[in-house]
Design a protein around this ligand. Structure first.
Ligand code: F6R
Length: 364
């Protein structure tokens, strides 16, 4: 049931404010001030390293979470693609917590990576959508993301629910390790509680993004740039676009532009820059100037201050509501998804069942 939407993907994008709200009510106390996790949750104060393993979009959720765990909790983090991890057979040092992220809970490589860790770590933790899945069953503790069934092959609401649960874990870790003061924690939790309504405001950009997407749909290539927390999201934005619109899209950390991809820039290359006006914004402005000087067309997704700072010369802008920068990947996922969706619709591709792809990759 598409609930009045043309595609499951559109329905699942639109559902994000409510499913994130459901995940938050599950993991927050009634007054919203405390993070509630099962008693069997390992103690983040006693671990020395976190290893996260996943595939595809779930891998990008892990890459985002690395920034959170490092910045908020001072915890060393490794993130790996499951198919690399399982065959590299990396050494696991004592005190490592292994965390697997999977929407379906059936991804063959992620499951194999989990099994590799079973006798090598004290606790196997997973963040899954399908609670009765193999990955959930074989974990010591499986935390549900509560996104509800995801039918569209391109993952959308599972991604933002994964991010929400991972951010709560990073906050728990920060608290357990004495790395965050009570005021900062209260601030972030209050922004999280407001997130469903912030996402609803961002949904109002839908029509504008559809118009931009119509223009993007005539391109053969696209480049996504992001820094810091926006870098993994740039990767996810490029993956969404290529999966469903078949436009060749690549993502780079903005600082890498000069180290190669700038050679691609000409007036046929749209460059999607996702950058709230945070501490790193000035550096992103210089990157945009480098692109514009070579005729590249910039689509800037930012907040009002960022758009004002970027000045003239930007091809298109999409203005996002203000948000605590630590939460920006969850909010900015929405325009990235909508951009891919509307581009695919404009191209007339099969949005919910893109060619060559399966929802659950149970063979390697
Ligand atoms: C992208 C997408 C895939 C999955 C990947 C992992 O839109 O859906 O990249 O994220 O196949 O799947 P799960 O999360 O089920 O392990």
């Amino acid at each position: 049931d598409k609930a009045g939407h043309k595609h499951f993907m559109a329905k699942e994008i639109a559902e994000q404010p409510s499913v994130i709200g459901a995940a938050l009510s599950h993991y927050l106390s009634a007054d919203g001030r405390n993070i509630v996790l099962p008693d069997t949750m390992p103690d983040f104060a006693t671990i020395s390293r976190l290893t996260m393993v996943a595939c595809g979009t779930a891998y990008y959720a892990c890459l985002t979470a690395k920034y959170w765990f490092e910045r908020l909790a001072g915890l060393p983090v490794e993130v790996d693609i499951a198919s690399e991890f399982r065959y590299r057979e990396p050494p696991i040092t004592p005190g490592t917590l292994a965390l697997f992220v999977s929407q379906s809970g059936e991804t063959a490589d992620t499951l194999a990576a989990l099994r590799y860790c079973t006798d090598r770590v004290d606790t196997i933790l997973s963040v899954v959508n399908v609670a009765e899945s193999s990955i959930a069953r074989e974990s010591d503790l499986a935390l549900p993301i509560l996104a509800g069934a995801e039918i569209g092959v391109a993952s959308t609401k599972a991604f933002t629910c994964q991010l929400t649960v991972l951010l709560l874990l990073a906050l728990r870790a920060a608290h357990a390790r004495g790395q965050i003061d009570d005021d900062r924690l209260a601030d972030i939790l209050s922004s999280l509680r407001a997130l469903p309504s912030t996402l609803n405001t961002a949904m109002e950009r839908n029509t504008q993004i559809r118009i931009v997407a119509r223009q993007l749909s005539t391109s053969e290539n696209a480049l996504f740039l992001g820094r810091g927390l926006m870098y993994p999201l740039a990767l996810e934005g490029a993956l969404k676009l290529k999966e469903i619109s078949y436009i060749h899209a690549e993502a780079y950390a903005s600082g890498e532009l000069k180290h190669g991809p700038i050679a691609l820039i000409d007036d046929t290359m749209p460059v999607i820059v996702m950058a709230p006006c945070d501490a790193l914004f000035d550096k992103t402005v210089s990157n945009m100037q480098e692109v514009m000087a070579r005729g590249g067309r910039i689509l800037l997704i930012s907040d009002a201050r960022g758009i004002a700072t970027a000045g003239d010369g930007v091809w298109q802008t999409v203005s996002m509501p203000d948000i605590d920068p630590i939460l920006s990947p969850i909010l900015y996922a929405l325009p990235a998804q909508l951009l891919a969706y509307h581009t695919a619709v404009a191209k007339g591709t099969d949005v919910d069942q893109p060619r060559n792809l399966a929802k659950s990759v149970t063979v390697e």
